[in-house]
Design a protein around this ligand. Structure first.
Ligand SMILES: Cc1ncc(COP(=O)(O)O)c(C=O)c1O
Length: 408
């Protein structure tokens, strides 16, 4: 634990060295030996359950995802004729996610994650655009870095809006930028860096009054924010209960307990997906709406299974646990004399300290994975269901020691 991953061919090849590795590859190996090699390859990996992972929005998949994923490994979402189960599962998964987000009749596309879902939302805006010039896409500076990839790939002009002191889209600046009627406005429900939730409840209706469609990146907040109000932590809504929100990205592989790769683009009006339709070249094959061609049906079926198993009630209980663990983390930090960098809205707790990067390194030496917001200068802890009270207490003790060590 805590060692750097080997990066050179010599390091990665193991005791036989690169030549020995190639020789063995050319001949093939017995399964047992391959399995040993995999164990060896993964020897330095952390385990979500071992109490050392405090930077991850993804976690251990919930029951019965592992079983379903393994049983249906060969299914391919790129071929609906061999696997007619998959368009059916798509409809059913879309119905459950749509219901979670306030629109049981929403349309949807399963994706590999929110990067792809966000990309599809922007692509739909590009294809709907009828004006001259590149369509403008309004983004706040807290948008996930997937949008930096997306605006580099698609013919759009990004318009960047600054943040308020809680790392949310600054509402006055956002309104001002909306007045120029961009082709699409993006807001985030649960930024990965700070867990910030933009003022979707006021900004989206304002956008609607100007005819500007709003896409919400709910990759992180999608399974938490719908319950926040009833759990005593009111936050702006993530989904379709707010006027003006036309599409939402949600990631079952984050707080939804589904295995990677599982994302979903939801649209309030299923016709909103039409611009994404890509006809296949083969007779009788279904049109594609996502970016990928061949893709694992097993992930969709496992997502279906987890959603059915959990139900809305199961996700509510999990969200309650995440909020409870977050409050406990704040209490532990305060008791240890550590200062929280901002009042958290969701699952990210920031710890203010001198030289956060040195603290991160000191934590790595102790075997813990925490992260740092480089832009905002704090140690970033992500609260997740794989953590226990005892593990959080140990984390905070070690963090206090690491902060002290760095200050010396
Ligand atoms: C808010 C947000 N949007 C988008 C993404 C990208 O999602 P993925 O890594 O599933 O493509 C993430 C991932 O952390 C995220 O937190």
């Amino acid at each position: 634990m805590g060692r750097r991953a080997p990066v050179t061919a010599a390091e990665a090849s193991g005791p036989a060295g690169p030549d020995g590795f190639h020789r063995a590859w050319r001949a093939g190996l017995p399964t047992e030996q391959v399995l040993d090699e995999i164990r060896e390859l993964r020897a330095d990996d952390h385990d979500y359950a071992d109490g050392t992972v405090f930077n991850s929005i993804c976690s251990e998949p919930l029951d019965p995802a592992r079983q379903v994923f393994a049983e249906h490994l060969a299914t391919n979402m790129g071929d609906h004729r061999i696997f007619p189960s998959l368009p059916r599962a798509t409809v059913l998964v879309t119905r459950m996610l749509g219901d979670l987000l306030g629109a049981p009749d929403a349309g949807g596309v399963p994706t590999s994650g929110a990067t792809e879902a966000n990309l599809l939302a922007v692509l739909a805006a590009v294809r709907r655009h009828t004006g001259s010039g590149r369509p403008r896409v309004l983004l706040a500076r807290n948008a996930h870095f997937s949008f930096e990839k997306i605006v580099a790939l698609l013919p759009v002009e990004p318009v960047w809006v600054p943040l308020d002191d809680r790392y949310r889209a600054e509402p006055a600046a956002y309104r001002e930028a909306l007045a120029d009627r961009p082709a699409l406005a993006v807001l985030t429900s649960g930024t990965s860096e700070c867990g910030a939730v933009d003022a979707i409840d006021t900004l989206a209706p304002h956008a609607a009054s100007l005819g500007v469609p709003v896409h919400v990146d709910g990759a992180t907040g999608g399974f938490l924010v719908p319950f926040a109000g009833e759990l005593g932590h009111p936050l702006p809504s993530t989904g379709f209960t707010t006027e003006g929100v036309v599409s939402v990205s949600v990631d079952p592989h984050k707080y939804g307990g589904a295995p990677i790769p599982s994302g979903h683009l939801l649209v309030r009006d299923p016709a909103w997906l039409d611009p994404l339709r890509s006809p296949s070249h083969y007779r009788g094959a279904a049109d594609h709406f996502g970016l990928l061609g061949t893709r694992p049906g097993a992930a969709l079926l496992a997502t279906y299974a987890v959603l059915r198993r959990q139900g809305r009630a199961g996700y509510r209980a999990d969200a309650a646990e995440v909020f409870r663990l977050r409050e406990l983390t704040l209490e532990l930090l305060a008791r240890a004399g550590l200062r929280s960098a901002f009042p958290p809205e969701l699952m990210v707790v920031g710890v203010a300290c001198p030289d956060p990067e040195a603290v991160q390194t000191a934590m790595e030496r102790r075997g813990f994975v925490v992260s740092v917001s480089r832009r905002f200068g704090f140690v970033r802890l992500v609260v997740h269901l794989h953590q226990t009270e005892r593990q959080l207490a140990r984390l905070v003790d070690e963090l206090a020691a690491a902060v002290e060590e760095v200050a010396r």
